[in-house]
Design a protein around this ligand. Structure first.
Ligand code: NAD
Ligand code: MG
Length: 403
């Protein structure tokens, strides 16, 4: 296998943190990476700017009210403009060689599936689509010959050191975690943290949702589920190790005692480049790793009492079926409520735990089953957040369905 001279790219969620890093890289080699489509939810200014500078063929805005503005900003450029949930799925369906799936949340599932069903190379940042529908996404990828390249830095690291020819020789997968902004905070002090404090990640600069997930360690839990589906490794063989410097992005240990790791500075452009240039490599402006300057790498066992999210995700993975779907949906609702000042930080994991224990899970065959479990969990979590606010329940429910 060699990397083709040119690779046509579509970016789903181009205005987000991963999306912008992807744009940054392909803007450096525009001949090598012509752009088919870019999509965003509401940042119409940035979307239009990106589409113009990359000469995309199509720009799609999720919020339909913004279509006139998108059209106006693209006027005379020859770039097609479209809007709405369906248009985003259609963008994923257009003939790009590689689709960067960088939408946040379960909202990314259907566009990602569209790219998978087209047999595309899918650079997958959107971990929630694997968490809420892992068996479905992996099955469809195998069926349609799609290649899924993990962009999440841990999974990208594992991907680089995993022996896919002899998976039986893998002893353990070791996911490293920075520990987030509250690694050393007591439970009592965590109770009063604000969204601004939760979003201020010590190492990585990321979107709001994943930053909060990193603070609760739910992100690592979601990544555990993600790793299990991506690499077909059972939950019991996946370890989580706190490594505050985030230099080792993850490791795979083998039956002979060898441990292979991928290292680098914390810059998402490295794993994104691995996917864009796969199976080759491409240069990036990411800072070079200076181990002598860092001098010390440290490791800790995670504290499950202060960060119960890790055990909840193990439990969901063991239960199987739609349990991870339920966990993911409840977490999305709870994180959104926390970011909007409606609940406290510790309520996030509590709501996930209660939703997971009360909403019955079932088998996860088709997309309809995913929607059903996702919707039920969103309704239940919204009800836990505010039992009196029926309007809110309906709104969250609609959002869950309107993907
Ligand atoms: P972000 O919030 O910065 O960006 C999200 C993007 O998705 C934006 O372009 C936004 O317009 C779009 N979007 C949001 N809601 C949408 C909806 N309902 N429908 C369609 N589009 C929508 O998020 P991010 O930090 O870039 O993360 C994106 C994904 O990548 C997440 O799943 C996250 O877990 C994963 N990820 C991110 C990082 C990182 O460093 N940021 C690292 C690893 C994995
Ligand atoms: Mg990660």
């Amino acid at each position: 296998l060699t990397t083709p001279a040119t690779r046509r790219v579509t970016i789903l969620g181009s205005t987000g943190s991963v999306g912008c890093s992807t744009v940054d890289l392909i803007a450096r080699e525009p001949e090598r990476f012509p752009v088919e489509a870019l999509t965003a939810q509401s940042n119409v200014t940035l979307l239009a700017e990106q589409a113009l500078s990359l000469k995309a063929r199509l720009a799609v805005i999720g919020d339909e009210a913004l279509l006139p503005e998108l059209r106006q900003r693209l006027a005379g450029s020859g770039i097609e403009a479209a809007a709405g949930v369906e248009a985003i799925v259609e963008a994923a369906d257009r003939p790009a060689d590689l689709v960067m799936a960088a939408i946040v949340g379960a909202a990314g599932l259907e566009p990602t599936l569209a790219a998978v069903r087209r047999g595309a190379i899918v650079a997958l940042a959107n971990k929630e689509s694997l968490v809420c529908a892992g068996p479905l996404v992996m099955r469809e990828a195998a069926l349609h010959g799609a290649t899924i390249l993990p962009v999440d830095s841990e999974h990208n690291a594992i991907f680089q050191v995993f022996d896919f020819d002899a998976p039986e020789t893998v002893d353990r997968v070791i996911l490293t975690a920075s520990g987030g902004p509250f690694r050393t905070l007591s439970l009592g002090d965590m109770r009063d943290v604000t969204p601004a404090q939760a979003i201020a990640h010590p190492v990585w600069s990321m979107g709001a949702k994943i930053s909060v997930d990193s603070a609760t360690l739910m992100n690592k839990g979601l990544e555990l589920i993600e790793a299990s589906f991506l690499f077909s490794v059972p939950e019991a063989k996946i370890e989580v190790l706190i490594h505050p410097q985030s230099v080792i992005h993850s490791m795979v240990s083998y039956v002979d005692g060898s441990v292979l790791a991928q290292l680098g500075t914390p810059d998402m452009r490295t794993p994104i480049a691995v996917a864009l240039a796969w199976p080759g490599r491409m240069p990036t402006p990411a800072a070079r790793l200076d181990l002598a300057a860092i001098a010390k790498l440290t490791f800790e066992v995670p504290d499950f009492a202060r960060f119960p999210a890790l055990n909840l995700t193990r439990q969901a993975l063991q239960s199987g079926g739609s349990a991870p779907t339920i966990l993911n949906a409840a977490n999305e609702v709870a994180v959104d409520a926390f970011l909007n000042g409606r609940i406290g930080f510790l309520d996030i994991t509590r709501i996930v735990e209660q939703t997971l224990s009360r909403v019955p899970s079932g088998p996860l065959g088709e997309l309809a089953a995913v929607h059903e479990a996702d919707g039920a969990a969103r309704r239940y979590a919204a009800h836990l957040i505010d039992p009196t606010d029926d309007d809110r329940v309906v709104r969250v429910q609609t959002r869950g369905r309107n993907r």
